[in-house]
Design a protein around this ligand. Structure first.
Ligand code: URA
Length: 308
């Protein structure tokens, strides 16, 4: 009796560490001319390609062992039993960035967010899989700054730099924000807390979808509740829409005070927009002054100075 394995099955078995007891060369059957490329096949088995091929190989392995034992072509020494079949390799769990086409395995947003403390909230954010953005992120971007600040800055969503560093507003727009804050006597480690509406980077920096904003919004809500700021600066359309539940354009909302859960809100342009529209920096400065009128940012003796 001879083995009925083709080259592909042999390569898979070899990759899985299963030795076959071959007939002696003289008794070997003529080549059958099967053309499957063993190297390619074994790569696929080694990488954990799931499903039929691996299962078929395992079943072929068991049948091959049986055939080898009964073939009589090569005596099986009693002292060298057939090696056990190793477990079929599984695909590696997802890590890092998945292709955009990867199927979503999303869960509901974590429940009980409104009762979480800072540590619990940070953990809930970093493990969140409530929308598809979790599949493209390197890491979540929680927030930064003084957790007992009087001032809170709310931006939109992380970009590439923020996704890399895990901190909001660290790219070009962040540099402008830093100089705006400096102009009113604030810096990101002192008397101000900075967070985004969205905690994961949208692919290619696209605008967040309404469903993504809705899923993420409870995290921001809880951050605001924990910080208890005295003034909120809402920067850009998505921050404004999320906090004020309005579709009105920023141009129509700026220049007056709004409220979020009893906290005064000043609406202003997003720093990334200001980088593209320099003349509107003057309006953003007026917005900062409106916020300052509402709540001073500086210690006595330090005067705000207009940014260049
Ligand atoms: N834009 C935002 O709104 N937030 C960031 O963190 C970076 C850019």
């Amino acid at each position: 009796m001879t083995l009925s394995l083709d080259d592909r099955q042999r390569a898979m078995l070899a990759e899985m560490g299963i030795r076959l007891f071959e007939p002696l060369p003289a008794a070997a059957p003529a080549a059958t001319g099967t053309s499957a490329a063993p190297a390619a096949t074994s790569t696929s088995a080694a990488s954990g390609a799931p499903g039929r091929s691996a299962a078929a190989a395992a079943s072929a392995a068991s049948s091959a062992s049986t055939q080898a034992v009964h073939s009589g072509a090569a005596p099986t020494p009693a002292t060298s039993p057939t090696p056990p079949i190793p477990p079929i390799p599984r695909p590696a769990p997802p890590s890092g960035r998945l292709p955009a086409s990867a199927p979503a395995t999303l869960g509901p947003p974590p429940s009980g967010i409104e009762a979480l403390d800072w540590d619990g909230l940070e953990q809930a954010v970093s493990g969140c899989q409530a929308c598809g953005l979790c599949q493209g992120r390197r890491q979540t971007v929680f927030g930064v700054g003084d957790r007992q600040a009087d001032w809170m800055i709310v931006g939109e969503a992380p970009g590439e730099q923020e996704d890399l560093r895990g901190e909001p507003f660290v790219g070009n727009a962040g540099q402008l924000l830093d100089s705006m804050l400096k102009a009113v006597g604030l810096d990101r480690g002192h008397r101000v807390y900075i967070a985004n509406v969205i905690k994961c980077r949208p692919p290619g920096n696209r605008n967040p979808e309404p469903s993504e904003v809705a899923q993420c919004e409870p995290f921001l809500r809880r951050q605001i509740a924990l910080v208890q700021p005295r003034i909120i600066l809402a920067m850009g359309r998505f921050a404004v829409q999320s906090l004020l539940a309005t579709q009105e354009p920023i141009g129509k909302l700026r220049g007056r005070l709004h409220q979020y859960e009893g906290v005064p809100v000043v609406v202003t342009y997003h720093p990334a927009y200001l980088l593209r529209n320099l003349p509107d920096k003057a309006k953003a400065w007026a917005d900062l002054c409106l916020a300052l009128d509402q709540f001073p940012s500086t210690e006595p003796g330090r005067e705000p100075s207009i940014p260049t």
